[in-house]
Design a protein around this ligand. Structure first.
Ligand SMILES: [Zn+2]
Length: 205
């Protein structure tokens, strides 16, 4: 495999990457990132870790670091969903991830200069930090309130609300929205008024 191309490889994570990362685990279904191998493959697949790092020693505790950040991100999304401040531990965990981001710098190239970066630290910590940077950008762009969790109690998937009003409750109206509507209908028939659930996702680590 040829050396990675610094000109096209910026290690920048996008909102879609963070949503996908948070949604690798939910209230139902298996954890898509159960161990180090799966986490590493996922980060490589998203272009956040170079493929030449596929063979990392297994002692690096990759999965637990990833799960820690994933739990913190879900905690942050839960807070934005509930319009309340996140727990101090959530911010501390995200800040810890941010500090591990490797610097990006300009390097000389045959035709001038290009964007390069050196992995001074751990490539997995760098990748997790890139995911955390998405939150940082969302805050500065006034967009972080649009990153929320679906109100469907059996769903709770992270989603970005792209609606004009920014008041969407469900990740998917046809699936979770209609299901909630049907639940409310049944509850009404029984004389119970159901509220959309915004229950915080339980911390697992
Ligand atoms: Zn949903």
């Amino acid at each position: 495999m040829p050396a990675h191309d610094h000109r096209t490889h910026s290690h920048r994570a996008e909102v879609a990457d963070v949503l996908a990362f948070v949604n690798t685990a939910g209230p139902v279904g298996p954890d898509e990132l159960p161990d180090d191998v799966h986490v590493l493959a996922w980060l490589i697949g998203r272009g956040l870790v170079h493929p030449d790092h596929r063979r990392l020693p297994s002692s690096r505790d990759i999965a637990s670091r990833a799960h820690h950040l994933r739990t913190a991100l879900r905690g942050l999304f839960s807070a934005t969903t509930g319009h309340r401040p996140p727990e101090a531990a959530v911010l501390a965990d995200i800040n810890r991830a941010l500090r591990a981001v490797a610097p990006i710098e300009l390097i000389a190239s045959p035709d001038g200069f290009a964007v390069g970066h050196r992995h001074l630290g751990d490539p997995v910590d760098d990748a997790l930090g890139r995911l955390a940077q998405v939150i940082l950008r969302a805050v500065t762009e006034g967009e972080v309130g649009r990153l929320r969790l679906c109100a469907g109690p059996r769903c709770q998937r992270a989603f970005r609300d792209a609606s004009r009003a920014g008041t969407r409750l469900w990740c998917d109206m046809t699936r979770c929205g209609n299901r909630a509507k049907a639940d409310r209908h049944r509850a009404k028939a029984r004389g119970v008024v159901a509220q959309p659930s915004a229950a915080p996702y339980p911390r697992t680590t």
